[in-house]
Design a binder for this molecule. Structure first.
Ligand SMILES: NC(=O)c1ccc[n+]([C@@H]2O[C@H](COP(=O)([O-])OP(=O)(O)OC[C@H]3O[C@@H](n4cnc5c(N)ncnc54)[C@H](O)[C@@H]3O)[C@@H](O)[C@H]2O)c1
Ligand SMILES: [Fe+2]
Length: 386
């Protein structure tokens, strides 16, 4: 059986790469990018500095800073208007996963029109869409190298997974300097997101040797560097390692898939506004413990890559050690339970059946080694609450 692998046409990686964005854009024959970012990155002047490098290369950017964390369909409308007013020929996503995902959605809607829910999974979106150039400022989502965008339907609060090559950036500019300002909580949450991408890509039913190699490398790198970056945001080598691992994990899951952790995490984010990486972290140990019996050898490989087990441990023991290592990581990164995070128990219980339904509808649980029933998902939600 064959597998189709898709990557950005250009990956420009390294310190100072963002200063070369103008060259990347004009080298692709583009000149009128809409620079999509959020209020924070506009406020620090980082977006304007990027616009300046674009102007220096002869391009004519317009900044749109209306992205919201975990983009919603309502938040896209002013972006579409800005895209048309500027007669943009390309869209730059500058920020964490939220601005990059917004840029991807605008690039497609700007050409095809309609509503984002028309494009949600299981539909595979081939295009047409404007070219997207992604410039991440977190070491986490990997969106700079994935064929996905995730947008919440404002009408239903459903966090919709939309997929297909139409959302794959044409170029990604990956510059660790942009992540140095991340505070510890954001460093931890985005780092766990990247680790989840790598582990889920590796254990997925859609795993393949190409994605496997990147996933295992990313797991090893994150195991060595996430705690360091969390403890000291000024640790340049740790930041650099995390940045590379996040992009590698993005390529891995884009060419394999995520699985049950992500399927269950999106509804938590949508209904309770928990940061994406944090809701992954709340679920990661329990969902892994649930899933291990269906693929002990694959989880054992992850454990060894993470440094949680050795070659001497048999698969069952190594897989158990992975679950414990994930619990320890969550403790060290001060991950709260939903209860400790302040989520109301009644609301959690009341929304659990809907969250389970939405998790299943996203398709991600079907890629899990152990495919859960709705009841099993509900009981996992109950188990992790406190
Ligand atoms: N498309 C994909 O493949 C994919 C994959 C994973 C996650 N996602 C999505 O990405 C979103 C999460 O992205 P994220 O976790 O990167 O965060 P984000 O983009 O939502 O940003 C979170 C916060 O961090 C701030 N921030 C960003 N960079 C910073 C920096 N360098 N220094 C200080 N603050 C900074 C932002 O301004 C914002 O306030 C979710 O909506 C998630 O669903 C998408
Ligand atoms: Fe994620």
């Amino acid at each position: 059986m064959s597998v189709t692998l898709s990557l950005p046409r250009i990956l420009r990686v390294g310190r100072g790469a963002a200063d070369e964005l103008g060259e990347v854009i004009t080298g692709l024959g583009l000149s009128r990018p809409l620079l999509v970012t959020d209020a924070f990155l506009a406020g620090t002047g980082a977006a304007e500095r990027l616009a300046e490098t674009l102007r220096g290369a002869g391009a004519h950017p317009r900044i749109f800073s209306g992205t919201v964390p975990d983009p919603t369909t309502d938040s896209l409308a002013p972006g579409i208007q800005a895209l048309h007013e500027h007669t943009a020929d390309s869209v730059i996503g500058f920020g964490g996963g939220s601005p990059m995902d917004t840029a991807k959605a605008l690039a497609l809607l700007g050409v095809q029109g309609g509503h984002m829910r028309d494009y949600k999974a299981p539909r595979v979106n081939l295009g047409p869409a404007l070219p997207v150039i992604a410039v991440p400022t977190t070491a986490g989502s990997g969106s700079e190298a994935t064929q996905f965008t995730i947008v919440t339907d404002s009408a239903s609060d459903e966090k919709m997974l939309c997929s297909g090559p139409a959302f794959l950036p044409l170029a990604a500019v990956v510059d660790v300097e942009l992540t140095m300002s991340m505070p510890p909580r954001l460093t931890a949450d985005t780092g766990v997101d990247a680790l989840t991408h790598a582990v889920e890509a590796y254990v997925s039913r859609k795993a393949n040797p190409f994605a496997d190699s990147l996933a295992l490398t990313a797991i090893t790198t994150i195991g060595r560097h996430l705690r360091r970056a969390y403890a000291d945001g000024g640790d340049g080598p740790a930041r650099e390692a995390m940045m590379l691992a996040a992009t590698q994990a993005g390529i891995a899951f884009s060419n394999s898939s995520v699985a049950l952790v992500h399927g269950m995490s999106r509804p938590i984010g949508a209904h309770f506004h928990v940061a994406h990486g944090l809701s992954n972290a709340m679920l990661f140990p329990a969902v892994t413990a649930f899933s291990v019996p269906a693929a002990p050898a694959r989880y054992a490989d992850c454990a060894r890559a993470l440094g949680a087990a050795t070659a001497e441990d048999d698969d069952a023991r190594a897989a158990d050690r992975l679950v414990q290592a994930l619990r320890d990581l969550c403790t060290d990164l001060e991950v709260p339970t939903p209860a400790a995070h302040g989520i109301d128990k009644d609301a959690w219980t009341r929304l659990t059946p809907l969250m389970a339904e939405q998790a299943l509808a996203s398709g991600s649980p079907a890629n899990n080694p152990r495919v859960p029933t709705a009841e099993e998902i509900e009981s996992l939600y109950a188990r992790i609450y406190a």
